[in-house]
Design a protein around this ligand. Structure first.
Ligand code: GAR
Length: 196
C-alpha cells in the first residue's frame, strides 16, 4: 500500500506539480489530496488535471480565528487520512496546536538557505545582505516558524545583476528538484540531510 500525501498550497502550485509528478512507478507514496486556503489558487486546476482530489478551506471567513480555520483544515485532512503532509507555498502561519497534531509527518519548502531568512521576502533580503549564494530548504514543520530540522538544501549562485524576481526564478528551478528528492527519502524513512 502506498503512503498517502496531502499537499497544501495557496498559489500557483508549481512545487505541488513537481511532487505529484514524482510520485509514480515504484515511489512509495501517492498524492491523496491537494488542499488550498484560497479558492482562486491556480494549483487547484493543475491538481484536478492530474486526477488528484482537491479541497478548499478558505481562511477569510474565519477572520483572526486561526483555531477554527485549522479545525476545518484538520477535518478535511482526516477525511483523506494522509500519512505525510507537504506544505508547498502554503502561506498561512500554523498554530503550535495544529503543528503538534501532525509533527513528524509534515514537511515545508522555504525559499532560503535556512536558518537564514525565515518568513517573507527571502530573495530581497539575500540581495540586500550581499550574499554570494541563495537557495531553498525542505524542513520538518515544528512550532517554530521555518525552524524545524532541515532535511535538504539546494544552492544557487547570486548573480551581479539579480533582482528578487530573477533570483526567485533560479531558486524555484531548484525547489522543483529538491522537494521531490526529499519527499522520496522521507517516505522511505530516511530523515538524513540531503545537500544538492
Ligand atoms: C515557492 O517559492 C515556495 O518556496 C514559497 O512559495 C512559493 C510557492 O510557489 N514558499 C514560501 O515562501 C513559504 N514560506 P508554487 O506555488 O509555484 O509552488
Amino acid at each position: 500500500m502506498s503512503l498517502r500525501v496531502a499537499i497544501l498550497l495557496s498559489g500557483g502550485g508549481s512545487n505541488m506539480v513537481a511532487l505529484v509528478d514524482s510520485m509514480t512507478g515504484t515511489h512509495p507514496a501517492r498524492a491523496c489530496l491537494v488542499l488550498a486556503n484560497d479558492p482562486a489558487a491556480g494549483g487547484l486546476a493543475k491538481a484536478k488535471a492530474r486526477g488528484v482530489p482537491t479541497a478548499v478551506v478558505d481562511h477569510r471567513p474565519f477572520g483572526p480565528d486561526r483555531a477554527s480555520f485549522e479545525a476545518e483544515l484538520t477535518c478535511v485532512l482526516e477525511t483523506h487520512a494522509p500519512d505525510i503532509i507537504c506544505l508547498a507555498g502554503f502561506m498561512r502561519v500554523l498554530t503550535p496546536a495544529f503543528v503538534t497534531r501532525w509533527q513528524g509527518r509534515m514537511l515545508n519548502i522555504h525559499p532560503s538557505l535556512l536558518p537564514k531568512y525565515p518568513g517573507l521576502h527571502t530573495h530581497a533580503r539575500a540581495l540586500a545582505a550581499g550574499d554570494a549564494e541563495a537557495g531553498c530548504s525542505v524542513h520538518e514543520v515544528t512550532a517554530e516558524l521555518d525552524g524545524g530540522p532541515i532535511l535538504g538544501q539546494a544552492r544557487v549562485p547570486v548573480l551581479a545583476d539579480d533582482t528578487p524576481d530573477s533570483l526567485a526564478a533560479r531558486v524555484l528551478v531548484q525547489e522543483h528538484r529538491l522537494y521531490p528528492m526529499v519527499l522520496r527519502r522521507f517516505a522511505d524513512g530516511d530523515r538524513g540531510r540531503l545537500d544538492i
